[in-house]
Ligand binder design. Structure first.
Ligand SMILES: NC(=O)C1=CN([C@@H]2O[C@H](COP(=O)(O)OP(=O)(O)OC[C@H]3O[C@@H](n4cnc5c(N)ncnc54)[C@H](OP(=O)(O)O)[C@@H]3O)[C@@H](O)[C@H]2O)C=CC1
Ligand SMILES: O=C(O)C1=N[C@H](C(=O)O)C[C@H](O)C1
Length: 281
């Protein structure tokens, strides 16, 4: 028999970057989830709205105060959901590690060294790190694994992504993840075969490379297409997000998953159990 959520057994969640585009989506998602409770809303020091009820950011009431104090934000939290910038996420990571708080990390744009620090912290706390929390993108990653294996010879692979004008990193974390999945599935090293820029006299396309193209404009939430261009045909595998709610819902699924773990680094494939469903090629 399952137990109905009560105020005392709801999952206590804190949100970093609470006033951001994703922060606000997450506040709404947590307020709407009967099994979760918002116990911390973190913003950078000096933010104009510190002290306000975080729920007010989304036209609601009954949240918790916006704070720049990590101790206060994490005091009652079991999971911190962080969609900020790498420098902020890494500060939050150390604080969570010291306090035994799990983390869902949606931030993108980490360097290799920064990634290694997340791996290291996952020895002590459970972490879900994923550049895209949507179910659709994570299923797309599995489709790409299959397609890349089946089309490994004779098809040129290009990854095209489009996002809103405010995005600060490129290519998107999702596009890079797609590249990693394709490279792994076809025995390539992404660092050696990725082409991020073309300009001027580029010469012919080098066989085996994976090209990336970035579009920034308007309010595009997030589009990704992988093109497999062969001779006489081409295949396109696309995902388009029309709302950030899908990332927020995925983040809550990740938070619930972490509540059952004590340490380790996980991705959305673990959260969604996609390994069990993936076709073997
Ligand atoms: N994994 C996924 O599914 C998704 C990942 N993302 C990623 O999430 C991140 C955030 O995206 P988005 O919400 O659109 O960005 P926003 O710029 O809207 O929000 C970022 C938030 O982080 C805060 N912040 C930035 N720098 C710092 C800092 N140094 N210390 C403390 N707080 C800081 C910002 O505060 P301030 O406004 O004061 O700067 C803001 O509240 C990006 O890396 C993006 O790529 C986005 C969508 C989905
Ligand atoms: O910045 C965004 O908006 C997004 N960032 C993520 C990424 O870099 O892949 C995920 C999504 O595409 C939206």
């Amino acid at each position: 028999m399952s137990t109905a959520p009560t105020p005392s057994n709801r999952l206590p969640i804190a949100i970093a970057g609470a006033t951001g585009r994703m922060g606000q989506m997450l506040i709404e998602a947590v307020l709407d989830a009967p099994d979760c409770v918002l116990v911390g809303a973190l913003e950078r020091s000096g933010h104009a709205r510190l002290g306000e009820d975080a729920a007010q950011l989304v036209g609601r009431s009954g949240g918790c105060g916006l704070t720049d104090d990590l101790d206060a934000a994490l005091r009652d939290a079991r999971v911190l959901i962080d969609f900020t910038r790498p420098i902020a996420t890494l500060q939050h990571l150390e604080a969570c590690r010291a306090r035994g708080v799990a983390m869902v990390i949606g931030t993108t744009g980490f360097t290799e060294d920064e990634r290694a620090r997340i791996d290291e912290a996952a020895r002590d706390i459970p972490i879900v790190l994923a550049p895209n929390m949507s179910v659709g993108v994570n299923v797309t990653l599995k489709l790409l694994e299959f397609a890349a294996k089946a089309l490994s010879e004779g098809y040129d692979i290009e990854i095209i992504e489009a996002h809103h004008r405010h995005k600060v990193d490129a290519p998107s974390g999702t596009a890079l993840k797609m590249g990693e999945v394709i490279a792994a599935a076809t025995g390539r090293d992404l660092k050696a075969c990725a082409v991020f820029e073309r300009h001027g006299h580029t010469g012919e396309r080098r066989t085996g490379t994976i090209g990336f193209a970035t579009i920034r404009g308007g309010d595009i939430v997030g589009d990704h297409t992988v093109l497999f261009a062969g001779t006489g045909e081409r295949i396109e595998i696309s995902h388009k997000s029309s709302s950030r709610a899908t990332y927020a819902e995925g983040s809550l699924r990740a938070a619930r998953f972490l509540a059952t773990r004590t340490s380790g680094l996980y991705d959305m494939s673990d959260v969604l159990g996609l390994e069990r469903l993936a076709p073997s090629v």
